[in-house]
Design a protein around this ligand. Structure first.
Ligand code: PEP
Length: 256
């Protein structure tokens, strides 16, 4: 029932890269892994929607997984500009990032909306990567754990244990995303341990012990190893550094 806690290194390409550039980037990652394979680490790339199908073709025959960066809470219908989880599956995805702080802040996604997306993604057979994390002001006010509790409970309450076991959580303190400012390994570990406890209280320790909790926020080749060495940090969700094949490959090797 539980996830295996093999480290997972996920690249969130955000709104970057044309189709051609995406293919070049994924070819670079595939090439590095073919030349010097990294055992025991799972790898996920999340390109823009337009590049999914072409990247999916390149990934066939490799162990690298493909994910979307968002999806609708509906299977289909009149929702101009939205994308269904079924469409992501159709394009070759097995994962989907949900509740990224950029979705929460620029597109006003609430925990309730994100929870509905998580539920439907699971029903459709996708594995959600649920992003949570506090803003700087919330941390300075000592509200980090309250924020994490509200986000985790708001997005994951009501899932069956078998569903929860398919969810990956990404702890991404907002003040560390794209800022070059990384949480110290100890600060990140404290939040990860707390999140694992929240998952245990929503379901059972067996599920929580198997849940992969990724750290995200200015992860780079230089800081990845010390973060990934923490007992409750099971991988990384990488933005900026995932846009260069050599930097992303270096982070993958740090997870070994
Ligand atoms: C992200 O947006 O998920 C992220 C972690 O970005 P960066 O690595 O650039 O901080």
């Amino acid at each position: 029932m539980a996830n295996e806690r093999r480290p997972l290194i996920a690249g969130n390409w955000k709104m970057h890269k044309t189709i051609k550039e995406s293919v070049e980037l994924v070819d670079g990652i595939i090439g590095s892994l073919a030349k010097q394979p990294v055992e025991g680490v799972d790898v996920l790339v999340c390109p823009a929607f337009t590049a999914l199908e072409r990247v999916s073709k390149r990934l066939s025959g490799t162990d690298i997984a493909l994910g979307g960066q968002n999806c609708s809470h509906l299977r289909e219908g009149a929702r101009t500009g939205e994308i269904s989880p079924l469409m992501l599956l159709d394009a070759g995805c097995t994962f989907v990032i949900l509740g990224h702080s950029e979705r929460r802040s620029y597109f006003h996604e609430t925990n309730e909306m994100i929870g509905a997306k998580v539920k439907l993604a699971l029903e459709c057979g996708l594995r959600p990567v649920l992003c949570v994390g506090e803003a700087l002001e919330q941390r300075e006010q000592g509200r980090t754990f309250d924020v994490l509790r509200t986000q985790i409970e708001g997005c994951l309450t009501g899932l069956a244990a078998e569903q929860l076991a398919k969810v990956t959580v990404a702890y991404e303190p907002i003040w560390a995303i794209g800022t070059g400012r990384t949480a110290t390994p100890e600060t990140a570990q404290e939040a990860h341990r707390f999140i694992r406890g929240l998952i245990a209280s929503l379901s059972m320790a067996q599920v929580a012990n198997g849940t992969r909790i990724l750290y995200g926020g200015s992860v780079k080749p230089e800081n990845a190893a010390s973060l990934l060495a923490q007992p409750d940090i099971d991988g990384a969700l990488v933005g900026g550094a995932s846009l260069k094949a050599d930097a992303f490959y270096a982070i993958i090797t740090s997870a070994r």
